[in-house]
Design a binder for this molecule. Structure first.
Ligand SMILES: C[S@@+](CC[C@H](N)C(=O)[O-])C[C@H]1O[C@@H](n2cnc3c(N)ncnc32)[C@H](O)[C@@H]1O
Length: 289
């Protein structure tokens, strides 16, 4: 396991994933009944943008940095900027004062209401320990939050459906294995079979758009619930060696997610695209039954 998310925290892939995740959480929280939130590939929950890894890669500058540099960011992405401000009280319009970046576990933990539950899985032993430490330091020890040092794909089989049954799972693998898309498809279908009503948000990198299209259409044939596909590419996606964009499948999306996200994606497009031919889109992969 060589992948360390600290090099990539706050990059354009994280921005898309976390903007969408916050809208999914907001929609779930519109009803008072409690939810169970699962993060199968959690990472360490919190990232130091002044740290060696983030500074060496500089990826966050073309992600969250580019977004916040626009004075309109707070108006366009209110929930995302509010979360960044809660974590960085010194954050100013324009982006100065951004020091820490929230991983998905931080965003999920930050959203919890009294009866909600959160389960986080991380396979890297040191990252799992760091995740426990970071969450305890930020939110205190909370019996509603369980951190597992375990394989997130295996956890899908063991933990779904969760209690309470209403809720969301983020599946955000590291894509280190050659057959990770195949493993991911199997995991998504297993999750859907066990937890038909659960919302699933599934992140994937886009290198070569053609191979992504064939992966999605094969998966679509086996999926049984409404599925949206939300993508952002920063340049034309034609080079299998380079990540040019990323996407999220949202299975069982909340009502009007497409409409809510459309203006946000327009804003992200204006801030994040680096070459002609990049773009954003929301498509329906599987129609509501
Ligand atoms: C893309 S990062 C997660 C980022 C995080 N979800 C976020 O948005 O802040 C993927 C994480 O999965 C971990 N990982 C890799 N294989 C795993 C597996 N089979 N089960 C659980 N975690 C795994 C990696 O160590 C890495 O921390």
């Amino acid at each position: 396991m060589n992948y360390r998310h600290a090099f990539h925290a706050g990059n354009f892939g994280d921005v898309l994933k976390h903007v969408v995740l916050l809208e999914l959480l907001d929609a779930l929280h519109r009803k008072p009944s409690p939810v169970h939130l699962l993060d199968t590939h959690a990472g360490i929950g919190l990232y130091d943008l002044a740290g060696d890894e983030a500074q060496r890669s500089g990826e966050y500058r073309f992600g969250v940095g580019a977004v916040l540099a626009d004075m309109a960011a707070e108006k366009q992405l209110p929930r995302y900027v509010a979360a960044l401000k809660r974590l960085n009280p010194e954050l100013k319009p324009g982006g100065s004062g951004l020091r820490r970046y929230p991983g998905s576990p931080w965003l999920l933990a930050d959203s919890l209401r009294p009866d909600d539950r959160l389960t986080l899985c991380e396979l890297h032993p040191q990252d799992a320990e760091a995740l426990k430490r970071n969450l305890a330091a930020e939110f205190g020890r909370d019996s509603a939050v369980a951190v597992h040092h375990r394989d997130g794909f295996e956890a899908i089989k063991a933990l779904m459906p969760p209690t309470p049954r209403r809720g969301l799972a983020l599946i955000d693998p590291a894509f280190e294995a050659k057959d990770e898309f195949e493993i991911l498809s199997k995991a998504v279908l297993a999750a859907q079979q066990r937890w038909a009503t659960g919302q699933l948000a599934v992140w994937y990198p886009i290198k070569d758009q053609k191979s992504i299209e064939s992966w999605k259409s094969a998966l679509a044939k086996a999926l049984k619930s409404e599925t949206l596909c939300i993508e952002l590419t920063v340049r034309p996606a034609k080079d299998a060696r380079q990540m040019s964009g990323s996407g999220l499948l949202v299975i069982n999306p909340p009502w009007q997610l497409k409409e809510t996200l459309a203006p946000m994606l327009e804003f992200l497009k204006s801030r994040l695209i680096r070459e002609t031919g990049g773009g954003t889109r929301i498509t329906t992969l599987v129609k509501a039954g």
